[in-house]
Design a protein around this ligand. Structure first.
Ligand SMILES: [Zn+2]
Length: 233
């Protein structure tokens, strides 16, 4: 297991040397948005950081950037605490961070754990690549509860158990996401779920969360290995 290197803890000559040796910068992209009555608003940010940390443990060429704690969360409007910067600002933040990061690092990876960032992230990364920058994006994918349900609850129980209020967890809207999508796109989550949950967090365990996180981290590690194997250092 490799020690985790955090950009924020390093001084510039150390970063210069790491980058010169082919290090890649992993930038966690999160959100500050409601995750039901039982999970903290930082849930997506925590998951993105955890995936970057797992990647840094599995390879010795990873430096982790400070996380971006805001994203495009307009669909969660009407739930207290959600702070969204919208699609355009998210795209611009990712684009400018990518350009700036590539001044130092030859390889940059964005790890987003928030579905709402998908559009801006895809557009920003496509643009950065057109500009000849070696930038990639990774978004964990899972079958099952899309928002604040079993999966995110289990993962948070393993990552930050003290922030999870299981006594307040309750079943949300369990209909398949594809059925809810038209209404969701039009009116946001508020229209389809009273408590902000899509899925069912009841019965989630830290044990299962650990397993799930391990699988997501392994998928990320495979993707990065394939990427780095095809590019010169
Ligand atoms: Zn989430």
């Amino acid at each position: 297991m490799t020690a985790v290197r955090r950009l924020a803890d390093l001084a510039w000559p150390e970063v210069h040397e790491l980058a010169a040796n082919g290090a890649l910068l992993a930038i966690p992209l999160g959100a500050t948005e409601q995750h039901g009555p039982h999970l903290p608003l930082s849930t997506d940010t925590e998951v993105a950081i955890a995936l970057c940390e797992a990647l840094a443990h599995s390879r010795d060429d990873v430096v982790i950037a400070p996380a971006v704690p805001y994203g495009s969360s307009g669909e969660h409007i009407g739930f207290a605490g959600t702070l969204s910067i919208g699609q355009d600002a998210t795209e611009l933040v990712i684009t400018e961070l990518g350009r700036s990061a590539c001044e130092t690092f030859a390889h940059v990876l964005f790890v987003s754990a928030h579905g709402g960032n998908a559009g801006p992230l895809t557009r920003a990364v496509a643009r950065l690549r057109v500009e000849s920058r070696d930038v990639r994006a990774y978004t964990p994918a899972w079958d099952g509860d899309p928002h604040a349900g079993h999966i995110e609850t289990a993962i948070m129980l393993t990552l930050r158990p003290t922030t999870v209020r299981m006594d307040r967890a309750e079943t949300g809207n369990t209909r398949p996401l594809r059925e809810l999508m038209p209404q969701l796109r039009e009116h946001g989550l508020r229209a389809v779920t009273e408590n902000g949950i899509l899925g069912d967090p009841l019965g989630a365990t830290a044990f299962h969360g650990d397993l799930l996180l391990g699988r997501l981290a392994a998928a990320l590690s495979r993707e990065v290995s394939a990427w780095r194997a095809t590019e010169p250092a």
